[in-house]
Design a binder for this molecule. Structure first.
Ligand code: PGA
Length: 262
């Protein structure tokens, strides 16, 4: 059995394809000033579009005082190759230059709208790690799959595809995000019990391969997280934070979600 552990909570704002330069600056300024105290206890990461990473990087650099915790930057995507003729793509090396710490891989919107396979996602995972970026690997079932009692099989297959390609040791420097597809952007959240059950399943699966990694890895929940439901979700023993879409675009709401971690 995997014991509970002191894992540092992680809240990630996935801004998706939203925001003008003015909006991004304002949003980040507000999150920055509202989260100062929180950064001693939790980790906060925001994921703007590729285009706004430089802006966010400069803004965060201008704010960081000595010894102060920093909001981390994440990218929403990455290409598998380090460089080359791949029109429209961005490599992990390029992201690292912009102070990026995390990269979301395997988000259901990329699996669904851009036909990304488990294997391609595993390659992205490895490409990110090769440049010392921490992948946030998203797994999750569709509504049909849940109704057919396929949840466990689906999420473990998605996880195993990455472990097969990268090795279990690679999970040491990774985050898993459980995001049921039916809960993303729908306003319908998994119940805390449903989230806990899947998180525990994922952790127990890892425990069979490496008990140290299983205890240390953060498994965050995503899918219609908001200020009203965050506290109960984050209080589940295997839920180590959240991947927040829509509600991360409102500074006050996002900060309130970040505060729901204690
Ligand atoms: P949502 O998105 O919070 O808007 O449901 C979550 C995500 O897609 O990561």
């Amino acid at each position: 059995m995997v014991e509970e552990n002191m894992r540092r909570k992680l809240i990630v704002g996935n801004w998706k394809m939203h925001g003008s330069t003015d909006q991004i600056s304002q949003l980040l300024e507000e999150i920055e000033s509202g989260s100062e105290q929180l950064l001693e206890d939790i980790e906060i990461c925001v994921c703007p579009t590729y285009l706004h990473l430089g802006l966010a990087f400069d803004l965060l650099a201008s704010k960081s005082g000595a010894g102060r915790g920093q909001i981390k930057l994440g990218a929403q995507n990455v290409h598998v190759e380090p460089a080359g003729a791949f029109t429209g793509e961005v490599s992990a090396q390029m992201l690292a230059e912009y102070g990026v710490s995390y990269v979301i891989v395997g988000h259901s919107e990329r699996r669904q709208f851009f036909a990304e396979s488990d294997q391609f996602i595993a390659e992205k995972f490895r490409a990110a790690q090769a440049c010392r970026l921490t992948p946030i690997l998203c797994v999750g079932e569709s509504l049909d799959q849940r109704q057919d009692n396929e949840t466990e099989r689906v999420v473990l297959n998605q996880l195993d595809a990455v472990i097969a390609a990268a090795g279990i040791a690679a999970m040491k420097e990774a985050v898993i995000a459980y995001e049921p597809v039916w809960a993303i952007g729908t306003g319908e959240t998994a119940t805390p019990a449903q989230a806990q059950q899947v998180h525990r399943t994922l952790r127990e699966h890892l425990d069979r391969l490496d008990s140290v990694i299983a205890k240390a890895i953060r498994i965050i929940y995503g899918g219609s997280v908001n200020a009203a439901n965050a506290k109960e979700l984050f209080s589940q023993p295997d839920v180590d934070g959240g991947l927040v879409g829509g509600a991360s675009l409102e500074a006050e709401e996002f900060i309130s979600i970040c505060k729901s971690t204690d």
